[in-house]
Design a binder for this molecule. Structure first.
Ligand SMILES: Nc1ncnc2c1ncn2[C@@H]1O[C@H](COP(=O)(O)OP(=O)(O)OP(=O)(O)O)[C@@H](O)[C@H]1O
Ligand SMILES: [Mg+2]
Length: 385
């Protein structure tokens, strides 16, 4: 069999991704030379920064991948150099322009879940905060973007008051209860509301998605403003195919509006995944459920949208009190009926939209290939006992 050509080798190198930037080596302009000498291939790779901790990664993955693809290659010599400051800046600049929202990319590790409602005051933000805390409690990495730029309430509900710091053009989100949080409320003061105009709003949301160091959480929840407006459309554009949960109350009226929110979501490209009915009932001291706001709205909405009803969350004084204190009830009173229903909703959500696989699983190559002999011996030894 003949040796592969430079183009063929280049093609394979392009399939290898930088594990941090999640782009192919060719896209990143990292391949600086390919030399073929007999059955030996030499590859020169420019790292984005000198002394990059990924050195070992490339030394391992590149030879493994090339030898796997081309059996006639007997040896691969990887030489590393680093990009100039100019090259690095060009690369980062280019990436920002090309990929306004990292979550939009097909290889993004983050499952985005927008939480919406047809009308205000149904408990959407309370639900979002508790879902986020509940997902974190289950061991998932979680980000929470408060996209309700007019009525932001997430910082208060999580007791966050500090301004995010900015490091090298990236906003570092404060973290609370294992949830990374960004809200316009962290940048403005509540007595001085921002007047949003369309393009500015779009830009702000884009920045919240692209310029925040979310660090690829497994889940990013987005608290949408009530209704079916601009924000949902922007989010749908930045994160096509994101999941959406619709929060509603049992009343028929709320349900009709909520239904519009659901259909609107589908139209803009969000994928409605489930319905949460909030304020479903009040459990009296007598142990009975009082369906104060009517019955079956959530179920009916879920049926119409063709998605499951994730939970019926009762009306609970403590839920509101904890929210006002900045402490999600799923953490503060985990055994309460209301916390358990929210926890169930979170678990259901994980079943419906499981976390995306980690990149170590996605890249088919082992980071540290074991010499074939070793594995064999080991298996053998095992057999004897
Ligand atoms: N199940 C519940 N039991 C008792 N109080 C609740 C419940 N759900 C929400 N609340 C309270 O209702 C109020 C409105 O809730 P929340 O702010 O979460 O609603 P929202 O839909 O986000 O409202 P907005 O449209 O203003 O953003 C809050 O005071 C909250 O504590
Ligand atoms: Mg709200």
């Amino acid at each position: 069999m003949p040796m592969p050509t430079q183009e063929q080798i280049s093609g394979v190198l392009g399939e290898i991704q930088d594990p941090e930037l999640h782009r192919g080596l060719n896209d990143l302009n990292m391949v600086r030379g390919i030399k073929i000498d007999g059955s030996t291939v030499g590859v020169l790779i420019a790292l984005t920064i000198p002394g990059c901790p990924l050195k070992d990664y490339f030394h391992t993955v590149i030879p493994a991948k090339l030898k796997e693809t081309f059996p006639e290659v007997s040896e691969v010599v990887v030489e590393l150099t680093s990009m100039t400051e100019e090259e690095r800046q060009a690369l980062i600049g280019g990436m920002k322009k090309e990929a306004p929202a990292p979550f939009a990319r097909s290889d993004s590790r983050t499952q985005v879940i927008a939480v919406g409602s047809g009308k205000g005051g149904v408990g959407k933000s309370t639900t979002t905060v508790n879902l986020a805390a509940s997902l974190a409690k289950l061991g998932h990495s979680v980000g929470l973007l408060d996209a309700d730029v007019w009525g932001f309430s997430i910082p208060r509900m999580l007791g966050i008051h500090e301004r995010p710091t900015v490091v090298e053009d990236m906003i570092m989100p404060p973290e609370m209860f294992g949830v990374k949080v960004v809200s316009i409320g962290l940048f403005t003061n509540e007595d001085n509301p921002v007047v949003w105009r369309g393009p500015m709003l779009h830009k702000a949301l884009q920045q919240f998605l692209a310029d925040v160091h979310w660090d690829e959480p497994e889940y990013l929840l987005i608290d949408l403003p009530p209704g079916t407006g601009d924000v949902s459309i922007s989010i749908a554009q930045f994160v096509p195919g994101a999941a959406m949960v619709v929060v509603t109350t049992p009343q028929a009226v709320a349900e009709k509006v909520a239904q519009r929110a659901g259909f609107m979501a589908e139209k803009t490209g969000l994928k409605v995944t489930g319905v949460i009915e909030n304020m479903s009932y009040f459990r009296g001291d007598d142990g009975k459920e009082y369906r104060i706001f009517g019955d079956g709205g959530g179920k009916e909405l879920a049926n119409r949208l063709g998605v499951p009803l994730l939970a019926e969350v009762p009306i609970d004084m403590e839920l509101r009190e904890f929210a006002d204190k900045g402490a999600p009830i799923v953490l503060q009173a985990p055994h309460s009926e209301v916390a358990q229903s929210l926890d169930r909703a979170a678990k259901e959500l994980v079943n419906l939209v499981p976390p995306k696989p980690k990149p170590t699983k996605r890249i088919s190559l082992p980071l540290m290939p074991q010499p074939a002999g070793n594995g064999h011996q080991h298996a053998h030894a095992h057999h004897h006992h």
